[in-house]
Write a protein that binds this ligand. Sequence first.
Ligand code: CS2
Ligand code: MG
Length: 402
Amino acid sequence: MKIVEAKVIVCSPDRNFVTLKLTTESGLTGIGDATLNGRELAVASYLENHVCPLLVGRDAAMIEDTWQYLYKGSYWRGGPVGMTAIGAVDVALWDIKGKAAGMPVYDLLGGKVRDGALVYGHANGEDLDDALDWVGRYLDDGYKAVRVQCGVPGLASTYGVSSDKRFYEPADADLPTENVWSTERYLTFVPQLIAATRERYGYDFHLLHDVHHRLTPIEAARLGKSLEPYSLFWLEDAVPAELQEGFRLIRQHTTTPLAVGEVLPTIWDFRTLITEQLIDYVRTTVQRAGGISHLRRIAVLAEIHHVKLGCHGATDLSPVTMAAALHVDVSVPNFGIQEYMPHTEATYEVFSHGYSFRDGRLHLDDRPGLGVEIDEEAAARHPYRRAYLPVNRLEDGTMHSW
Ligand code: CS2
Ligand code: MG
């Protein structure tokens, strides 16, 4: 199963995606997602210049050895660019192995332990009424879990609140837009938002909220405590997670479940969070965290510490990542929930896929491999367009998280 070609495909069907495609001498192909939102070409270059030359001639069957070779062999370990590149290779190799075996990847991972993956949808609104209406639409569509985000009164714009409600694309400009942030206004408003959501729709569905890394630990502790009566499924990214120990303080003060890690690429970034049981859900995903092989390692460490998986699934992760994450979701014992934002039609034209939404869950069909293919001709019709995530400043101009 020698790899004879390793190709990087950059396209922008309504948003940018970087895809690695590997071909074996027998003509089997495998794909992996290497999209790093706002820094796409760094990974494309890392792959093209530094990884693809190492892949041609290697045995595609050797998934673990290739992972170790790329991780240990680079000398410069970890980091989002390197781990995203390794993730793309790893996922493409699992795809090939599945096709070679004639099995879906979840069967190679031990088989399904559940029928589908519970997902949460994104309700967001400019103001309270708008946000509540969107929660209602998701519940009407059959979602059993909804994340609610809302514009904060007194602030002109807020990250996570988009004009396009169904697709939500935060990388919205070819130079970063600037939002203005006030922790005081946010902390006053969010308990009202969550209380009003429960008041209107009750407690018979899971309710989630994303803080987008904007608080300090004591502020997050206060927020978590004030939200306890409303039974959140999780409070996400309450603080920037570079300082894992910061979560000790939050944990001492609140029983609101905590999720973190969509930006964290390795098991080492989660070590304290998981082993000290400081969080309840790991938010990274295959694409960010070195592929299926490494995410499964994180999941095993999490499992023995009562922590569950709640993979990132925003639209900057391509359908390749969504499928790969679902193969993990349905086969690990400690699955919690999967984030799900549907892609646009243009994206689905480029990436045909074998998963579908039904009854609040995503279901994989039984195609061999990942069940996703890239149409290169369609991809070529959508060239790369530079797009940045916004930045966030305090009212006095100081740069703030996101
Ligand atoms: C968000 C994402 O989905 C989420 O939870 O935090 O929108 C995230 O900001 C983007 O994926 C960044 O690329
Ligand atoms: Mg998030």
